[in-house]
Design a protein around this ligand. Structure first.
Ligand SMILES: CC(C)(COP(=O)(O)OP(=O)(O)OC[C@H]1O[C@@H](n2cnc3c(N)ncnc32)[C@H](O)[C@@H]1OP(=O)(O)O)[C@@H](O)C(=O)NCCC(=O)NCCS
Length: 252
């Protein structure tokens, strides 16, 4: 019963987060992300009963059918949505909260061979963009967004947006507070002005270089004018001195 309830919620999640969805029947028959969850929930139930071979085998069938690999030991919350899905890999000790969304090509992977916790934890409402890799036993805080193709190797604060390799946090123009954590936005896009901190630094440096080069040009011009003025006054005084010397000679 609980199994069917969870699957019903998984279908609801598609309606909440996929602008392209048309009907529940479409989801049941044509959404690999949903199929992967059916396989995962069966495999996980087997795993919890210590039927490890069966859990692993069901998980393998799921991967074969959908191209999505979720280890049966993964702890998964409610309303998980995998959009498109092909190439998603979720490792054994990963933990995923409620209302989390991941796109195709996402890896929640490990970076060590330690048998303990070695995969990430995604808190509620996290969105992970296509092709992103979240690596190691790190935590991605509630409502955080990971940009497509980012590689996240450190903890991510709640509500943060991470892009790049290694991932760095985009800075919000108007700082968001804990209370104002965003609801779901398709593809993780925000209407709020965010900017790339590295790009900001480069822009600042370029501005400074332009200012300095303008100052240098003006100093060079003033120096050249000064030299011209000094040269002209030197020539004039030299001519006057020569003329008066010549006058003196004539008088003698
Ligand atoms: C990261 C993301 C959530 C940010 O969205 P947003 O809040 O609307 O931010 P913006 O588009 O305004 O971008 C803000 C800055 O981040 C940069 N940026 C955005 N996404 C980026 C990414 N994936 N990698 C590197 N930089 C990125 C932008 O170039 C911009 O930089 P700038 O300030 O120098 O101009 C979004 O771009 C993203 O990657 N979403 C995932 C989408 C996805 O996977 N779709 C698959 C559908 S099948």
């Amino acid at each position: 019963m609980m199994f069917l309830k969870r699957l019903g919620e998984d279908i609801d999640a598609v309606f909440e987060r996929d602008p392209a969805v048309r009907s529940r029947i479409d989801v049941v028959f044509s959404y690999p992300g949903f199929h992967a969850l059916v396989f995962y929930r069966l495999a996980h139930a087997a795993w919890l009963r210590r039927w490890y071979f069966l859990g692993r085998f069901i998980s393998h069938l799921g991967r074969w059918t959908t191209g999505i690999e979720i280890h049966p030991a993964v702890k998964l919350g409610r309303k998980f949505f995998i959009d498109h899905g092909m190439g998603v890999v979720i490792g054994e000790t990963a933990e995923i909260g409620d209302n989390v969304t991941v796109y195709q090509g996402v890896t929640l992977g490990g970076v060590s061979l330690d048998p303990g916790k070695r995969h990430p934890t995604l808190e509620d409402d996290v969105i992970v963009g296509a092709g992103a890799k979240v690596l190691g036993p790190i935590t991605v805080g509630k409502g955080a967004r990971v940009g497509s193709n980012a590689v996240v190797v450190k903890d991510v604060p709640p509500g943060a947006t991470m892009v790049g390799i290694p991932a760095r946090q985009l800075i919000a123009e108007s700082k968001r507070s804990e209370v104002e954590l965003p609801g779901f936005a398709a593809y993780g896009l925000s209407s709020e002005g965010l900017s790339d901190p590295t790009a900001n630094v480069v822009e600042g440096l370029l501005d400074r270089v332009q200012q300095l080069s303008a100052r240098l040009t003006s100093l060079e011009e003033r120096l050249a004018e000064g030299e011209r003025g000094y040269g002209a006054s030197w020539t004039k005084s030299h001519q006057q001195a020569s003329a008066s010397a010549a006058e003196g000679k004539v008088r003698d």
